[in-house]
Design a protein around this ligand. Structure first.
Ligand code: NAD
Length: 405
């Protein structure tokens, strides 16, 4: 999918075959074995990957995921996506991604720590504050980043800037946790007028109530939007008069799920995607809006908070029906933008206030949105293709200025 999106934009900006080859190939791909002594004394060998896609615009940046489905191909695609995302929002970074094939739910905390330290030891010479800076991704969190920083620092001296998404107590960034959801709302605010979204009174439907979804819901409600439906992997919950998001979050904290919630109608995730609303915000997993259901979407605008929630086929169908899609590389760039602030804060031995984080985040994202909107208007293309054109152009310019290679 990443390659097809790249190709479409590359065609449009008339990119040479040589540059296409250069930019669709990883700079470096590493597969490592990680032997881990399990709690029962047995030795298990895990496989990990770090793919560094491009460093024309700066040190490479990208998360590390722990998941049974992690393989080289997935990590490679996600690394390229990071190159385009960081270029689009003009952060001085290239793109990378890493992962370990494992099911962290079956590992104890001690096993997870040994796995993380083992993986760090294996990629230790490839990463660094001016080389490649990992961050959390699926199933990795601030604690995992703390272990990674500690293992790296044991070998190289105290180096907080080697990784972002750290706990606040270890030079993490205030507001980092909310940044992706907040960025999503910043983009909606910036786009509202152009896209005819009533603001602040828009109706919103959000699929997925994890890190991104719950922050987006909370911040949208705080700005006066009416969030009428949300869901998790089990079910959706609807109240056409608007859900009480604070109550929802408190309920889930108390009960551990949405079970037993009152004043809501239970609906399926498929029904949720077909609700009439101003903003449909898929914030869960990839591929949820596809050929088979794109015709049923009745939203004014789709806001891709998750990575790749709209398939290429659905994209075409939605374009045919004049349903604009605010693309993932723009909408969820708030996370990596906040990571950039954390890196800057660490390098300068400073500590930022959350207010400054939120202000800078909005400034960078609003500016990026305007560039994408202008490119879409000038080239008469979708916002997604426009975003790729802007991003690729920046990487190409940097590559040429540095001398190809
Ligand atoms: P998360 O694991 O915290 O939450 C995911 C949510 O989606 C959960 O509520 C889960 O129940 C729900 N879900 C899972 N499968 C579902 C299904 N089949 N149908 C409906 N809901 C389902 O994840 P997250 O960190 O919020 O990330 C969500 C998406 O945003 C992912 O695509 C991720 O790659 C992307 N993203 C996240 C960040 C970040 O900073 N967290 C940054 C950039 C992109």
């Amino acid at each position: 999918m990443a390659d097809q999106q790249f190709d479409r934009a590359a065609e449009l900006i008339g990119l040479s075959r040589e540059l296409r080859d250069l930019l669709t190939t990883s700079y470096r791909e590493v597969q490592v074995r990680i032997p881990v002594r399990m709690d029962d004394g047995a030795l298990r060998v895990f496989v990990g990957y770090r793919v560094q896609h491009n460093q024309a615009r700066g040190p490479m940046k990208g998360g590390i995921r722990y998941h049974p489905d992690v393989d080289l191909d997935e990590v490679r695609g996600l690394a390229a996506l990071m190159t385009w995302k960081t270029a689009l929002v003009d952060l001085p970074f290239g793109g990378a991604k890493g992962g370990v094939t494992c099911d962290p739910k079956t590992l104890s905390a001690a096993e997870l720590e040994r796995l993380t330290r083992g993986f760090t030891a294996m990629i230790d010479r490839l990463i660094g504050p001016f080389e490649d800076i990992p961050a959390p991704d699926v199933n990795t969190n601030a604690q995992v980043m703390a272990w990674l920083m500690d293992e790296y620092s044991r070998r190289h001296g105290h180096t907080p800037a080697v990784v972002t998404g750290k706990p606040l107590e270890l030079e993490g960034l205030p507001g980092r946790d909310a940044a992706t959801g907040r960025g999503c709302v910043d983009i909606i605010r910036a786009a509202a007028k152009d896209m005819g979204i009533p603001w602040p009174g828009a109706t919103a439907v959000i699929q997925g109530f994890g890190n991104v979804g719950h922050w987006a819901a909370q911040l949208l409600a705080a700005e006066g939007a009416k969030v009428i439906a949300v869901s998790d992997s089990r079910s959706g919950y609807l109240n056409r008069d608007g859900l009480d998001i604070t109550k929802l979050i408190q309920h889930r904290k108390r009960v551990g799920s949405f079970e037993g919630l009152t004043g809501v109608e239970r609906i399926s995730n498929e029904e949720l995607l077909a609700l009439p609303c101003d903003l449909l915000i898929p914030a869960a997993i990839e591929g949820v809006i596809h050929e088979g259901n794109a015709d049923r979407v009745r939203a004014r605008v789709i806001v891709e908070a998750a990575n790749g929630p709209v398939t290429l086929e659905a994209d075409e169908l939605l374009a045919g029906r004049n349903v604009p899609v605010l693309p993932d590389i723009l909408v969820n760039a708030g996370g990596v933008t906040a990571s950039y602030f954390e890196w800057v804060q660490n390098l300068q031995r400073q500590s930022w206030e959350e207010e400054r984080v939120n202000q800078e985040l909005e400034r960078i994202l609003a500016k990026s949105y305007r560039k994408v909107w202008a490119a879409a208007q000038a080239r008469r293309v979708s916002l997604r293709t426009a975003a790729y054109c802007v991003a690729i152009d920046k990487v190409v310019t940097a590559t040429k200025l540095r001398g190809l290679g």
